[in-house]
Design a protein around this ligand. Sequence first.
Ligand SMILES: [Zn+2]
Length: 429
Amino acid sequence: MITSSTLYDGNGSAPLSDVAVLIDDGLIAYVGPRSGLAADLNPGARIEAPAGAVIPGLIDAHVHTTSPAAMVANLAHGVTTVRYAGMATSAVDEMREALAVRGQVGPRILDSGPMIDTGSPAYPQWAEVAATPGDARTLARRLAGSGRYDALYPVQQITPDLLEPIVAVANEHDLPVAGQLWATDGEEAARLGVDQVDNNSRIFVSRDWPAGRLGAFRSMAERLSNMAYAWSSVDWEATTRMMDAMIEANVAYCPTFVVWEDSFDDPSPAREALAGRALELDPVAQQGWDEARRRNNRSRPPDEFAARRAALEPRIEWVGRFHQRGGRITVGTDMEFGALYLGRELVFLRRAGFSVAEAIAAATGASAKALGRSASQIGTIEPGKVADLVVVSGDPARDPDAPMNIEAVIVGGKVYSESNSPTLGSPST
Ligand SMILES: [Zn+2]
């Protein structure tokens, strides 16, 4: 049993106070006022957080993590589920094996399978290619039919005619479709029935950068460059129509602000502090990450960095407007050490106008909804759901932008705290 002064249930509603959560056999058996418990109840083990809060386990809906140390760090930061967003199957298998061999407990891992792309893929090592709608159907059938994936993940250059059979196959297998889509915009994704679009998907209309100009790129770096400049002239009227089509069709958006910020050439002190922590956890992985960024940034003209920084504000505005109109925002980091950055992603949502309860809901209940049936039993604190919970000291609403101080993490009813899990001993961000 957990008792605490505050509870955020993951649905975005106002927090409950003076609550108890009962866990039985890995599931939530009761959530409600402490006074609602039977007087003669024998609750077994107890966690008491008289001045703290209970929230659902956090979900990072967009990772490509390859470092086992980075993966294990999730638990210490309250992240109980991660979803790979397009990855080589062997890399996900290796991660699962590495954790098992070390006997280390990590978060629940969901896998979207390889990226489905066309032409020459941006990430050939993580992608499978479909040239025609027939190919796309065959590939989608093979992936979905294997039964080993939790979603299908079309990306980048997949056009609506290739996307249509992918979504149809996913529907047959009751799998969600998420993607980082560039050749298909938000309105087309909505029409075709995509469940979530991620990071620099084409979710807005730019006056100076119409689709044809945006699509004229020869490299990944150029594509991101076009994107950065395009945000400087958002056509909000046309963009609002695109948003409304997405909202109508329940297409979630996963902004991954932290990875956008990570592409700047003038790191903020907050980002540098997090990178320093990552370096302690796995120097090789963090140095590799930094080196890749330096390599990508080397060829870019200086004014592009100003454009990237300037794009942050309209991107935040987009998320705020989408949220205001009833759109579903989910939370992902797209960072190797996502565990360290998820809290910062929530601060960006706060800047977009989310209340504390809404920011927590984005990283829990809303993300679980977009993850489909694999996540249907997690994300919110309700009777019958799997007991994935985080106990934090203090009410996050008291200092809504401060890092959450994590006391205990519960995954499927199993409690990990500083006393029984060394990884929870590291300070949380
Ligand atoms: Zn990604």
